[in-house]
Design a protein. Structure first.
Length: 243
């Protein structure tokens, strides 16, 4: 994997088309990435995060990452000195009305230097009290798990058991189960549920109905999907993508 160093001197605004990618790179500064419109998927060596509306992702200085837009996306970003405190790992954070307006203002042209400084302090103050959200999908490294992950990423609705999948990747169910816990910190059912929810968020962002998304992601019914979504994110899909 080739990683470029992108030099950032201030806030940025980037327009991305459907499925457009920004390839692997890192920064010498901390970065807060916010999709003002659209949904981003952010990749690191540790796995991937989905960043839907009203969410932002914190990328620490020096962490290699890549982006993919699901639907037309307006990506805004703020930068902070690497010496400032912050989460040592990437994390998806909730963006409330105040932080959203601060990000919007700082990424516009013509903000006076003194006002910019004060707004950056407000953003840091807001970020200190924002808990990380459960949007991380760990990437397994073992070749058998990686093969299994590729199969299910290509078809999240695949209903095969771990025993059946094991026959295809060449490992016993017990071995795969142990590896999932060791490498991802999750059981296989937990990891597959997270994969399906990741996929669901990107499909919902593309405008698909809850019924269609439930079927495409392998949920038993729309109500089962809504319940799983509520358990993970604390709200329904409709409210999650609301203003």
């Amino acid at each position: 994997m080739s990683v470029d160093r992108h030099v950032l001197h201030g806030p940025t605004t980037t327009a991305l088309g459907r499925n457009e990618r920004i390839e692997w790179h890192d920064h010498a500064v901390h970065q807060l990435i916010y999709p003002l419109r659209g949904v981003l998927q952010v990749f690191t060596a540790r796995g991937s995060w989905v960043v839907p509306p009203n969410r932002a992702v914190w990328i620490p200085a020096g962490v290699a990452h890549a982006h993919r837009a699901h639907g037309p996306t307006s990506m805004r970003s703020l930068i902070f000195d690497a010496a400032l405190p912050g989460s040592p790992a990437p994390a998806v954070l909730s963006v409330g009305p105040l932080l959203r307006e601060v990000i919007r203002t700082l990424t516009e042209d013509g903000v006076p230097a003194e006002q910019r400084h004060h707004l950056e302090q407000v953003a840091l103050w807001q970020l200190r009290d924002v808990p990380a959200l459960p949007l991380h999908l760990p990437a397994p490294a073992d070749p058998r798990l990686a093969h299994l992950a590729r199969l299910l990423t290509a078809n999240p609705a695949d209903q095969r058991s771990l025993t059946e999948l094991g026959r295809e990747v060449g490992a016993a169910e017990r071995t795969l189960s142990r590896l999932f816990r060791a490498e991802t910190g999750m059981t296989f059912p937990q990891w597959r549920s997270q994969l399906r929810l990741h996929h669901a968020v990107t499909l919902l962002a593309a405008g698909r109905s809850v019924t269609r998304v439930a079927a495409d992601c392998g949920f038993r019914s729309p109500s089962a999907f809504i319940e799983s979504f509520r358990a993970a994110f604390g709200t329904t899909p409709g409210r999650y993508f609301g203003p």
